[in-house]
Design a protein around this ligand. Sequence first.
Ligand code: ADP
Ligand code: G6P
Length: 465
Amino acid sequence: MSRLIVVSNRVSVAKGRGAAGAQGGLAVAMSAALHKRGGIWFGWSGNEVEHFTGQLTMERADGFTTATVDLEPQDVDEYYNGYANRTLWPLFHYRIDLAEYENEFGRGYERVNEHFANSLHPLIEEEDVVWVQDYHFLPLGERLRAQGVRNRIGLFLHIPWPPTRLLVSLPHHERLVAAMLHYDVIGFQSVEWLESFLHYCRKEHGAEVDEDSGTVRIGNRSTIARAFPIGIDHDEFMALGETEIAKRSQQRLGGSARKRTIAIGVDRLDYSKGLPERIDALERLFSGHDDMVNQLLFVQIAPPSREDVRSYQQIRATLEQKTGQFNGAHSDVDLVPIRYVNRGFCRAELFGFYRAAKIGLVTPLRDGMNLVAKEYVAAQDPEDPGVLVLSRFAGAAEQLTDALLVNPHDGGEVARAIWTAMHMPLAERKARWEKLYAVVRDADVIGWADDFLAALMQDPALPEA
Ligand code: ADP
Ligand code: G6P
């Protein structure tokens, strides 16, 4: 069997199953996929050194090997904080107003991709399959091809693909996408992102696109583009639910709510997650109903993210101000309606919190998939399940159609959905949950990785020109 080499910017191995550490959908998914099949996980160590050397640190993890390199501060600034998180992330989440186009960012991004190709190349053996993750490495496949690598190389994009008319605002967008077409297979989280990509290839590249097979052909080179919606590690997550930690966390949160219905949000502190808009929706609900402080407790768990980037500092300040103002206006002397917590929890604790909450609020303005929505569903008590309120603009909405789907920009609609969830009869909650749970159980991360890798090994592209 061929060896798997996974490449991602962040190599985040939780110390022991269920430990805190892997925050962010990608890290959680890759730990699970590699744990099952073994191989090498290659990426940035998260450390900085004065000068880049490309020296690899190899470590044994939970059934696989990690190989990491240190980057120099200028690389981190220009590639990670710069092009990845100040240019591509906002643009790909439809926030063209936040996207910054600096030449140094683009140069830093290209340089780091070259560095990564140089460090990775010696690790690749003849039969290996290379699976690159996410927007940090769109040109990595091309760099490896330029160095003579002929192995199967795939890319999975964990974030949305923007509409063509937004993407064309990116300087050198043609070059970026042309580089991507050196991958054999490109995977997207949803059909919507896939269709945007195919539209771009046809319109801006003049590529020949076969919609049915997802084949994008330029000259005699072809790439397969398909949707592979990611899932959670269902069995592992359900096993966490059986732990004492999960049970204690459920009781701890549930007991502290003083009989109020608990609604929960769990999100990295990112402007794409729609957190201020969520508070605005709660504002409508609380100002429309006198006694709401005695009925609803909202717990928002939001670990800070990408703190060197200004827009993330701003979203944090905005949220602090809004929750403070909200609690000032709606608290009673002995009751506070929003608990706002800026820290990570281990996954077993999260399971317990999800189960204690009768409403899961997942209302991103734009999200590649959103695994929190799936974790919330998995953690529910089948005999008394909670209700998922889910943004139409999360990739997960394509699959989780039995959630209460909302437009997160429409505070009135979200407020009404929360009200509906608070009063939904048990029979309807069960009927919705059973359908949602079947999706989460049957389309999990193991199947996702198997499907992607089967496509990568199955559809040989035509040889390079
Ligand atoms: P993103 O990848 O944009 O962060 P997802 O919802 O797809 O969004 O994935 C987030 C992952 O990070 C989930 O698995 C979630 O459980 C985890 N996570 C988010 N916040 C925390 C936290 N405070 N503590 C532990 N894990 C967290
Ligand atoms: C999302 C991205 C991942 C990223 C994660 C956490 O899930 O798709 O690529 O790793 O967020 O972000 P960070 O910048 O901390 O790695």
